[in-house]
Ligand binder design. Structure first.
Ligand code: DAK
Length: 258
């Protein structure tokens, strides 16, 4: 049996593929385990400069939590345990030290959209459909959707999507900032993400990871606390070898070599 989540590295960029195509890449326990292993590799591998998360096939990024598995869980305790497990895996991905782009190729529904929301950026193919259909199933989003979507697109827009369960097309999602960019095809989507990460790879690795950390730690703090986080991390950046090289290169009118 093939791995539910593939992890391939090329040119310093990891491509993480959820590959349960027969169930439209729906998240079951094995795919969550695979995603956790992928998150741990992103943490560990000091050679990586970026990562892409995509679903196998043309039809879906991830069509949500696996509803067959979910139907077996009927009491509050185990349901909460499942939610905490999913939340923990998504949080580990969100704390990746290299930029992680969700390439939303087709359906990203429920837990699938929540997975994309945990990534640092979202790019979409023109056939993408995103939504949180949980209330239509008698559920609410359980992998952070009520929180991350609200922070990303604002309370009014998030509330409308969550209480209707309506799906958005790619261009509609882009119009509200839910996805950054839209591409014609799956191939163009992957090429677009790789192009962005190739730019990132020319920048200071430590600086990029400190910037990600500053955004992550600051986004939910009050402004004064968030600015203190930024100042701390700025201090680490300025004292680093990368800053010596970056500023030195500017002063010597040459390209930096990080
Ligand atoms: N789970 C399991 N199997 C799924 C699936 C899913 N989410 N989505 C699709 N599949 C399977 C279908 O059952 C079908 O399998 P077979 O019948 O061929 O065996 C196969 O994938 C192809 O799907 P369709 O035949 O339905 O394909 P269509 O093109 O007709 O439709 C669709 C595509 C994406 C519109 C449709 O498949 C669909 O509506 N899928 C379900 C979408 C959805 O409602 N997703 C779940 C959202 S709720 C929690 C934490 C998080 C969550 C819940 C709890 N804790 C508190 C524990 C998250 C919840 C959700 O994600």
């Amino acid at each position: 049996m093939s791995e539910p989540v593939a992890f391939e590295v090329e040119g310093g960029v990891a491509t993480i593929t959820v590959q349960r195509e027969k169930a439209l890449n729906a998240l079951n326990a094995e795919t969550l385990d695979g995603l956790e292993r992928a998150a741990q590799r992103l943490q560990r591998d000091g050679e990586l400069r970026g990562a892409i998360l995509i679903g196998a096939g043309e039809k879906a990024f991830v069509a949500g939590a696996d509803l067959k598995a979910l139907s077996q869980v009927t009491s509050v305790g185990p349901a909460r345990g499942l939610a905490r497990r999913g939340q923990s895996v998504l949080r580990q991905l969100e704390q990746s030290p290299v930029p992680l782009i969700a390439c939303v190729n087709g359906y990203a529904l429920g837990g699938g959209l929540e997975l994309a929301l945990a990534c640092h950026m979202r790019y979409a193919s023109a056939n993408a459909r995103v939504g949180l259909p949980e209330v239509g199933l008698g559920l609410i989003p359980g992998y952070g959707g009520t929180q991350r979507l609200t922070r990303l697109v604002g309370r009014g827009r998030a509330t409308e999507l969550i209480v209707t369960g309506n799906q958005l097309k790619a261009d509609e999602a882009a119009a509200i900032g839910l996805v950054n960019r839209v591409f014609e095809s799956r191939d163009a989507l992957l090429a677009g993400a790789r192009e962005t990460l190739a730019v990132v790879a020319t920048r200071g690795r430590l600086a990029v990871s400190l910037a990600l950390e500053s955004i992550d730690r600051g986004v939910d703090a009050d402004l004064d606390a968030a600015l203190a986080v930024e100042a701390d991390l700025f201090g680490v950046a300025l004292a680093s070898d990368d800053a010596r090289e970056g500023i030195g290169a500017f002063l010597e009118k040459r390209a930096p070599n990080f």
